[in-house]
Design a protein around this ligand. Structure first.
Ligand SMILES: O=C(O)/C=C/c1cccc(O)c1O
Ligand SMILES: [Fe+2]
Length: 328
């Protein structure tokens, strides 16, 4: 199958707490290039791996992995609400194949998705409905988490499921490198926050959502201003992860236990599982090459922010190549 990959950080603080115009424009240029690459590739199906941040998945029933046969954006952080254009038949086919290959995943006919899915979709396309998509949720925040290696297994199984599909398929991974924004955790949350992590967090009122999001924006401002109490981004670790994924050396990442990720990259660094899955799905199609790799630590966005584009090595000669930004 013709295949390509875009993996990108997301941050709901984009547009709400921006860095300097120079850096904002630099990232805009990188995302514009990714969008141009995708326009040229002209995908007939997007398979996106992304996390959730207690907007769609709660502790009433928290699956490690879930494939959406139908999905709706909750519209957090001012993003649009509405249905995604899910390819239901593909979702069921991929789900069945992944299960048959021995990787357990849930299926949802009513998947609620947040900025984790919606931002990359809108980085790369005009609307929520521009392209048929199969959304695959990976739990990256709600402990206990399985080993990172399992995300590689998931990605490999998805890649195998897609191998006989003749369509042009774009694989997308969405999430951060090192970052530790104030996403609540069951282990140390206050009782009223724990309420939110249970099903009662679903469908918050406009005021509840605004209060929560204002807190994150305030925290990002404090973080960028250098206030104490926040974990620093870790460009060295981010480089290790980017190098490992660029060279297909998954073991350098997935052989570590979950504490390593938190120690090196903060709690939300588990979001890199979405990249691991997307790259593993790509690697199932043969050797690949990273064509473009951007990285910059951006405290205003609470993120070691990166966007990469990769294609099968055989496709490289025909592809648009760009190498921009700060590769550390
Ligand atoms: O407030 C949230 O739910 C998450 C915020 C956030 C901030 C920065 C990077 C990310 O990946 C996030 O999800
Ligand atoms: Fe996130």
């Amino acid at each position: 199958m013709p295949v390509a990959l875009v993996a990108t950080s997301h941050s709901p603080l984009i547009g709400l707490n921006d860095p300097t115009t120079e850096i904002r424009d630099e990232v805009r240029g990188v995302l514009d290039d990714a969008r141009a690459f995708v326009r040229d590739f002209d995908p007939e199906l997007v398979v996106m791996f992304a996390p959730d941040h207690y907007n769609g998945f709660f502790y009433d029933m928290m699956p490690p992995f879930c494939i959406g046969a139908s999905a709706h954006s909750v519209g957090d952080y001012g993003l649009p609400t509405g249905d995604l254009s899910v390819d239901k038949a593909a979702a069921y086919d991929i789900g069945a194949s992944v299960l048959a290959q021995g990787v357990d995943l849930a299926i949802s006919e009513d998947m609620q998705v947040d900025h984790g899915f919606v931002q990359p979709l809108l980085f790369l396309f005009d609307t929520l409905q521009s392209v048929p998509i199969v959304p695959i949720f990976i739990n990256c925040v709600a402990s206990p988490l399985g080993p990172a290696r399992r995300s590689m297994d998931l990605g490999s199984a998805v890649g195998a499921a897609l191998a006989d599909d003749d369509r042009r398929i774009l694989l997308v991974g969405s999430g951060g490198l090192s970052h530790d924004p104030p996403v609540p955790r069951m282990e140390d949350a206050a009782p009223e926050v724990i309420e939110r992590l249970l099903l009662r967090g679903r469908n918050p009122s406009t005021e509840q959502r605004a209060t929560r999001e204002e807190k994150t924006v305030k925290a990002a401002r404090a973080y960028a201003a250098g206030e104490a109490g926040y974990r620093e981004l870790n460009p060295e670790w981010d480089k290790l992860v980017l190098d490992a994924l660029s060279s297909g050396d998954f073991a350098r990442i997935v052989d570590h236990d979950n504490d390593w990720f938190v120690r090196e990259g903060g709690h939300s660094s588990h979001e890199i599982r979405t990249w691991i899955a997307a790259y593993a799905a790509l690697s199932g199609q043969g050797p690949y090459q990273v064509q473009s790799r951007y990285y910059r630590p951006i405290k205003e966005w609470f993120a070691g922010f990166s966007t990469t584009i990769a294609t099968p090595a055989s496709a490289l000669a025909h592809a648009r190549v760009s190498n921009k930004g700060v590769v550390r």
